[in-house]
Design a protein around this ligand. Structure first.
Ligand SMILES: [Zn+2]
Length: 404
């Protein structure tokens, strides 16, 4: 890996066993080596070796004897979760969040920047740098930074190829701006892929190695874990579901295609739809709202049964559902987790998406595909940004400043 530079090749999920042990200790509290081996389906010698490294790095320590799953008593292991912390940054479009997490992926502190407009992307980048420096100065426990950026992200170039509705972000070279700026290394990942990592590591409902995180926020994105591997593509721009066309004669998208999914169900698209000719006067105060606020207004009004809001939300949910059918057909994940701003619509959205998938996807496949809403305590992409940093630290603690 690159010291003080962004990692270009993230480890496969199956290789993140030190991260999984940490997560296991975080979720279950004090556990024995045998408990961990059973839970993670690893051999006792493998767990012994991995735990040894974590103890050397000061991340895990031994306690007294504990009862161990019907196998008598053995030495307990405890996670020193707060000893090492990471920063996660989520760049959406207008929305930028910075979180400090412990090494087990739990949010300790969060800052949200004022809404960013296309004209002040540059000053936003400066502000993020300033805030991270302040956090690092005040907190010597922070060992790495993870950043999640919208796709399609050209991972070697460090740039985003297209950012619908806010092209200002295309001018930012994330590797140059953040790669070698801080006393700790920075790792950059496409937003939905970071979200998929967070779901795989931290959502206890996630069962296996085939998962899709479907980000429906200011943009629409997808992160796919296939047989334990994140799907990247040759430039890092694979799985861009937001730019899959659902109408070849549809509106022109800033990516050059027509009728892209993102033009119909992103938070930006919802905000635009709410202000459209069909809904004039229905949603008061819309012009002054952020995309997030506009979506929340729609969801609140739909919850109260306001007919225009209900019908608009149904329309949006159907588009989210079309995207889901494509995900099922293209990647055949066992589980699809829908997250970000639009998932805040909750159960009505989920039910409608499930119905649409039941109607339109192959029965033999859809019956083996579970569709869920993200239930992580903090946003999956923000948590994922932290997970990217935490994983890098946990897999290489000595090279990132941990003891060892
Ligand atoms: Zn497009």
């Amino acid at each position: 890996m690159h010291q003080n530079g962004p990692a270009s090749t993230p480890a496969a999920m199956s290789e993140l066993n030190q991260s999984r042990i940490v997560q296991c200790l975080h979720a279950d509290g004090v556990s024995s080596r045998a408990d961990i081996a059973r839970k993670l389906h690893l051999t006792a010698p493998a767990v012994g070796k991995l735990v040894g490294r974590l103890i050397d790095a000061g991340i895990v320590s031994e306690t007294g004897e504990v009862a161990s799953g019907g196998h008598g008593r053995s030495i307990g292991l405890r996670l020193n979760a707060k000893r090492y912390q990471v920063i996660g940054v989520k760049f959406a479009r207008s929305l930028v969040q910075i979180g400090v997490f412990d090494i087990g992926g739990h949010l300790l502190k969060m800052e949200e920047l004022p809404p960013v407009t296309d004209g002040d992307v540059e000053s936003c980048v400066h502000e993020v740098r300033r805030r991270i420096k302040t956090l690092l100065d005040r907190n010597p426990s922070i060992v790495a930074i993870g950043m999640a950026v919208p796709g399609p992200y050209l991972r070697e170039e460090g740039r985003i190829a297209v950012v619908t509705s806010m092209q200002g972000w295309r001018g930012v070279n994330f590797i140059e701006e953040f790669g070698r700026t801080f006393r700790v290394p920075t790792f950059i990942e496409q937003d939905a892929r970071a979200g998929a990592m967070a779901e795989a590591l931290f959502d206890t409902r996630i069962k296996g190695a085939n998962l899709a995180y479907y980000l429906v926020g200011e943009g629409v994105g997808l992160g796919v874990i296939d047989q334990d591997n994140l799907v990247n593509g040759s430039l890092g721009t694979a799985t861009e579901i937001g730019h899959v066309s659902i109408d070849m004669n549809g509106t022109t998208c800033e990516c050059g295609n027509r009728g892209c999914l993102e033009c119909y169900c992103s938070a930006v698209a919802i905000h635009t739809l709410m202000g459209g000719a069909d809904h004039r006067g229905h949603f008061p105060g819309l012009e002054a709202m952020t995309h997030k606020e506009a979506c929340n207004l729609l969801f609140d009004m739909a919850r109260q049964g306001e007919p225009t809001a209900v019908s608009l939300l149904d329309q949006v949910a159907d588009y989210v559902g079309y995207g889901c059918v494509t995900i099922v057909n293209a990647y055949n994940p066992a589980q699809i987790v829908i997250g970000d701003l639009v998932a805040q619509a909750g159960r009505p959205l989920l039910d409608r998406v499930r119905t649409l998938v039941a109607d339109r996807a192959l029965p033999q496949v859809r019956d083996h595909t579970e569709i869920l809403l993200s239930e992580l305590p903090a946003d999956a992409t923000l948590t994922g940004a932290a997970a990217v940093a935490a994983n890098q630290f946990l897999e290489h603690p000595s090279s990132l400043g941990g003891q060892g």
